[in-house]
Design a protein. Structure first.
Length: 474
């Protein structure tokens, strides 16, 4: 006490445990009468300092005790207070954390042992409580002796503000703030946030629209839904592609941009994979997507362009190779059902039973809406707007798309659409982003890959490029 006064340092808070109850104390040195009064011990009882011994020390009301010498007490009826010899055992010591006591006889503690005594993890912030706003943080390896004050408290470490958007968590590290606009919320999950609608999910099960230009207060664990209405963009401007190619060329890549019959990039002298000893280097043609802001510097592998001829595959001599077509040889091809097969499946469901109705609904969603199996599993009744004739589909990642209720089978419709475009000389590069939107693809390249399983479609695409090559014979 004298040392603290001399150094003008704040005094630590003190407390005692009386009859197993924590009692705040005004200071380290305190009269017994004060302890009894604060513990509401009635007349006819004495205060006893607990040593866990038959020789526990009986204290007189006018005595002054040093709580640093033991702060655990109990009451005893005056008639039971017999004369005792000097106690030789160490006194019980009560440490307090967040007003909860734990008793020990060990006076020398550390930040780690106190955390262990109270069952806290090592990452809990522990402070010694002073009669001052500037309390002392106690690290794991720091000494925390009892005589410096037994009262502590904890503080939770700062946790980042977190919200849920389309069932995916986002934190401050990813741009979450206490004030956000609908546009900022949409940006967390959409590459085209201005073409979305944002809704805040309410606790009563409803939802509230959040305008893109309106700023709202964000609270921890708020939930939002971002629905993508359409996908728009442009990547075929020569200036933008040239900027991308300049970056690639600076890294040593040789590539040329071709604008007709539709935009493409030819990568020059690309090493082929092992097994092509006759052609160690080749040129690779990559079709530039007509929409979506994606990079054209992806890691493409070069192969011979192979032509499907029955069950035989033969290399074509010309050096321009269509990468996507040959990659089909190395992965499982997507499959689709003919209309007659779809009808047989639908007709196999017994719609007189509950199970049959359920199965029919599932197959109908797959067939008529062209949904993926995972999208059907995630569907809820609230996702369907019967009045508008629309359904919200939670696609891959944290994306939600709005689709009309009536559509043809996804794969068959998309493939047939591409076949018609190629047969009628439609500019596929310009129209493909619309088809990608229908399929729910974020990147147009995904559509090239996904639909390239049809031999007839591959043949038509190859023939168009042969015509475009002019004098190049295949």
């Amino acid at each position: 006490m004298a040392e603290q006064a001399q150094n003008c340092s704040p005094a630590p808070k003190w407390a005692a445990q009386v009859d197993d109850q924590p009692i705040p104390m005004p200071r380290q040195l305190v009269k017994v009468a004060v302890i009894k009064a604060q513990a509401e011990i009635p007349p006819g009882f004495v205060l006893v300092r607990d040593y866990d011994s038959p020789d526990d020390v009986v204290l007189g009301d006018e005595e002054t005790v040093d709580l640093a010498q033991g702060n655990v007490f109990y009451r005893l009826a005056v008639c039971d207070a017999k004369p005792r010899v000097d106690c030789k055992t160490p006194p019980k010591l009560a440490f307090f954390v967040d007003d909860r006591p734990e008793v020990t006889i060990r006076a020398i503690q550390s930040g780690k042992t106190i955390r262990e005594l109270f069952g806290f993890n090592d990452d809990v912030n522990l402070y010694r409580d002073y009669e001052s706003p500037h309390d002392e943080p106690i690290g794991l390896e720091e000494a925390a002796p009892f005589d410096k004050g037994p009262v502590f408290y904890t503080r939770r470490q700062h946790t980042q503000l977190k919200i849920i958007v389309n069932n995916k968590p986002f934190t401050e590290a990813e741009g979450v703030k206490h004030q956000m606009t609908g546009l900022q919320i949409a940006t967390l999950v959409s590459e085209t946030p201005r073409n979305t609608e944002v809704f805040k999910l309410l606790k009563n099960g409803g939802q509230e629209a959040v305008p893109l230009d309106k700023e709202i207060c964000i609270k921890d664990c708020d939930q939002f839904r971002v629905i993508r209405n359409n996908v728009a963009g442009g990547f075929t401007e020569p200036t933008r592609i040239e900027r991308e190619l300049d970056k690639l060329k600076q890294g040593g890549c040789r590539a040329d941009f071709i604008q007709q019959p539709f935009p493409a990039v030819v990568y020059r002298d690309v090493p082929t994979r092992p097994g092509y000893a006759h052609l160690p280097m080749t040129d690779v043609l990559v079709i530039v997507p007509g929409g979506y802001g994606e990079s054209i510097g992806d890691d493409y592998h070069a192969f011979d362009l192979l032509e499907h001829n029955g069950e035989n595959l033969r290399p074509l001599p010309y050096r321009i190779r269509l990468v996507r077509l040959v990659n089909l040889l190395l992965s499982e091809l997507p499959r689709y059902l003919e209309p007659a097969e779809v009808e047989r499946i639908l007709n196999s469901c017994d719609r007189r039973s509950g199970v049959g109705k359920r199965n029919y609904a599932i197959f109908l969603l797959l067939a008529r809406l062209g949904l993926r199996a995972g999208e059907v599993v995630k569907l809820k009744l609230d996702d369907i707007d019967w009045n508008a004739g629309e359904v919200c589909i939670q696609g891959k990642g944290a994306r939600i798309d709005r689709l009309p209720l009536l559509q043809d089978l996804r794969h068959r419709f998309a493939i047939q659409t591409l076949l018609n475009w190629y047969r009628t000389d439609v500019d596929v590069g310009v129209c493909l982003p619309e088809l990608a939107t229908y399929l729910g693809h974020v990147h147009v390249n995904d559509t090239y890959w996904y639909l390239s399983a049809t031999p007839e479609l591959l043949q038509l695409a190859t023939l168009r490029w042969q015509r475009a090559a002019g004098g190049f014979a295949i």
